[in-house]
Design a protein around this ligand. Structure first.
Ligand code: AHR
Length: 515
């Protein structure tokens, strides 16, 4: 008994010493360091649950203030976030969607049954014009996901002509008849979605030929630099999928290869959105961390066929996915958003930033009321989630130059297992402002880091932090500002050495001004 007590004491001292030990982060030099594409901060809006209908789109006759039927509060919140792009209309829905059903007179539009998500009947009132005009209003690039699974080559070729062609043609004339003289000039096109699953259950070998055929008939006319075509990519660690795509699609036809990875602990039992324990939290963090390994390994395959890095890796679906609480559910795949989601966002965005040489776009699933949403609505009420705040804090990295870092992260341990507790990324923008973002996923321990910033000649530092008193906390319709960024002061800058103390489950972003 006595021995045990001494042992426990020693153990506690060791843990305390370990958690107070400083981690040294080195800024490394890299000639031609990559730009962190702002498109890494992209979003995804599918016809699913209450994302489009009763989320974005309430219709022009709604009492909720709207612009052409889209909620003004959502538009304002997304403008503040400076969302660079928006992917639509799916997801799985995309391979069932026939774009022509969503144009022209409202009362003549056929209905569509959302077979993948809840079997609801939609009236097609939110269509191509609504989406592309919304993107224009948001200042975001549209990313259209084409129907390959159940649509034809001509149908997709026509959609391209309808949205992009300036001259006279059957499709551009139809667009004009529907009230849009000038084309939108849509650059980003997905050729199918999850072709290995809901997009047609294809084998990679079959899909590459399908891809080549569809891509052939999509005209580059009237888009500067031509269309940016994205192949439906691998599910998680299906490295063979990436290999077959890279080997068999000519680079001239392929600008991006997608990858989907969700933070889900078990597809058969995803666990609750709010009432999770630390064991479940740790499992979520472990799944989320897989993103680092997945990007590294898919990149290595791409490097084999494309050393010049002409083809980009596009993580066009990512985020946390939990069980829908049937009692509370406000729609298919509706879930609350806690500090766990803030950790997922902070960690993944740091991972994407640090892989900015290959990852050029990512799309969080999904924008409103679905999965790891940045916005939740309840009739006229709207709240911004912790994930929204992380995206907003990190937007300083948009199109800034990556400052590569090296360090050995302290561990976050649970039971016998451990994970790196910290992810960090840094960038310098065109105004010579340096930003460093830190995410400490450790549920219990503070971690202290130091960085020698002497070379950057930093004069002043300021910062913000997102944290809370428990991992399970969230913003509710009754308490929408429970979790919001606060000023952060727990750092010192002495003789060019920055020391920062990062509390458990926190996201911190620092701004460093040069002399
Ligand atoms: O984002 C929800 C679904 O997840 C999408 O429809 C699909 O592409 C993926 O499986």
């Amino acid at each position: 008994m006595k021995k045990l007590t001494v042992f426990s004491l020693l153990f506690s001292l060791l843990v305390a010493w370990n958690s107070s030990a400083q981690t040294k982060i080195e800024l490394t030099h890299q000639e031609n360091a990559p730009i962190i594409s702002k498109h890494i901060y992209g979003h995804f809006a599918e016809h699913l649950g209450k994302c489009i209908y009763e989320g974005f789109y309430v219709g022009e006759n709604s009492t909720i203030p709207n612009s052409a039927g889209v909620r003004k509060d959502i538009i304002e919140a997304l403008k503040e976030l400076q969302i660079p792009n928006l992917r639509w209309p799916g997801g799985c829905f995309a391979d069932t969607y026939h774009w022509m059903d969503g144009i022209g007179d409202l009362d003549k539009r056929p209905t569509i049954v959302n077979t993948w998500w809840g079997g609801t009947t939609e009236d097609n009132s939110f269509g191509t014009h609504n989406f592309l005009n919304l993107c224009k209003e948001l200042g975001a690039e549209p990313y259209l996901s084409g129907n390959v699974g159940s649509g034809g080559v001509q149908e997709l070729a026509d959609w391209v002509q309808y949205t992009n062609f300036k001259g006279k043609s059957p499709m551009s004339d139809l667009r004009r008849e529907n009230g849009k003289e000038k084309p939108w000039g849509v650059k980003y096109w997905g050729i199918g979605n999850e072709a290995w699953g809901c997009g047609g259950n294809m084998r990679a070998e079959y899909y590459v030929d399908i891809y080549r055929k569809y891509a052939t008939f999509m005209s580059n006319a009237d888009v500067d630099g031509g269309l940016y075509k994205i192949a439906s990519g691998a599910n998680d660690d299906d490295y063979n999928w990436t290999e077959v795509l890279m080997k068999n699609i000519p680079k001239s036809m392929l600008q991006g290869v997608a990858l989907h990875h969700y933070t889900v602990i078990d597809w058969a039992d995803k666990g609750p959105d709010i009432d999770f324990d630390e064991e479940t939290y740790f499992k979520s963090m472990k799944q989320s961390w897989l993103m680092e390994e997945l990007i590294t390994k898919h990149t290595a395959i791409m490097d084999k066929y494309d050393a010049e890095k002409e083809v980009d890796l596009i993580v066009d679906e990512w985020g946390g996915w939990y069980d829908v609480d049937k009692e509370k559910s406000r729609g298919v795949l509706y879930q609350q958003n806690t500090m766990r989601d803030a950790m997922i966002a902070g960690m993944n965005l740091n991972i994407f930033n640090n892989h900015a040489d290959r990852v050029k776009m990512a799309n969080l699933a999904q924008t409103v009321n679905v999965l790891q949403a940045v916005i939740l609505t309840d009739d006229e009420k709207m709240i911004l989630t912790p994930t929204y705040h992380v995206m907003n804090m990190y937007k300083v990295h948009h199109d800034a130059t990556l400052l590569p870092l090296t360090f050995n992260s302290p561990k976050y341990s649970y039971g016998e297992e451990s994970l790196p507790a910290l992810t960090v990324s840094a960038s310098q923008n065109s105004e010579n402002l340096t930003h460093i973002s830190f995410t400490n996923i450790d549920a219990k321990s503070n971690h202290e880091i130091t960085i020698d910033l002497n070379e950057l000649d930093i004069k002043t530092i300021s910062g913000s932090i997102l944290t809370s008193t428990s991992l399970q906390e969230y913003n509710s319709f009754n308490n929408p500002s429970k979790i919001t960024p606060k000023n952060f002061k727990d750092y010192t800058l002495k003789r060019g050495i920055l020391t920062v103390s990062l509390p458990p489950f926190s996201v911190v972003v620092l701004k460093a001004l040069q002399d």
